[in-house]
Write a protein that binds this ligand. Structure first.
Ligand code: SF4
Ligand code: SF4
Length: 192
């Protein structure tokens, strides 16, 4: 078929020269895997950008949830799983509340994080958090400041978690060890 003609002859020439090819690292199984793990039909994303426009991380970083949705559908697995921005989602679910396609972009990110972690791709600060969870059952352990604030609000100083029931900590440790997460944290953090 002949290339479409535009009023601007130079533009027509440039566009006619264009060659559209799939990205070299495109993996056609990626979108299916992400959908299976996340339970959301990511391929229905029509790139409106409402998610990025609602995202509290977007104005503070280079993280763009819409970009990850696009990459999912282009099969850009390697670039997605190795992008440090993958770890900048706060899991606030605002994008998921607002998506006009009723998608859950947050869970797309969580699926990619699981896939990355299964390959041992985890940023060091996340591995530091693994150690906090191993030691206390929490990514952000309770503190004297928090305890005082809770008491002021009429709450018990410890929440109904391992803070109050440390006898459940061995089970949490067992999970982290069974998936090799603790061992990975120890290995990578020891490397400095
Ligand atoms: Fe896609 Fe929904 Fe984000 Fe729009 S809000 S770009 S449809 S994920
Ligand atoms: Fe942004 Fe993540 Fe919140 Fe969605 S859940 S708005 S991607 S920080």
């Amino acid at each position: 078929a002949s290339a479409k003609a535009y009023k601007d002859a130079a533009l027509s020439k440039r566009l006619a020269d264009r060659s559209y090819r799939p990205a070299l690292d495109s993996d056609p199984t990626f979108v299916g895997d992400v959908e299976r793990i996340s339970g959301t039909t990511a391929h229905l994303c029509y790139q409106c950008g409402t998610c990025t426009g609602s995202c509290p991380s977007a104005p503070r970083s280079s993280y763009r949830i819409r970009n990850f949705m696009r990459r999912t559908n282009l099969g850009l697995k390697e670039v997605s799983l190795n992008d440090p921005d993958l770890w900048l989602c706060t899991t606030c679910y605002t994008c998921s509340d607002r998506c006009p396609r009723d998608l859950i972009p947050t869970d797309v990110i969580m699926a990619m994080r699981n896939m990355a972690a299964a390959q041992g791709i985890l940023p060091k600060n996340m591995l530091g958090t693994v150690n906090f969870i191993y030691q206390t059952g929490h990514g952000v352990p309770n503190s004297d400041g928090n305890r005082a604030a809770r008491v002021k609000l009429g709450l018990e100083p410890e929440p109904e978690t391992t803070s109050k029931y440390p006898e459940y900590l061995p089970a949490i440790r067992k999970i982290l060890e069974a998936y090799g997460t603790k061992q990975l944290a120890d290995k990578v953090l020891a490397e400095g």
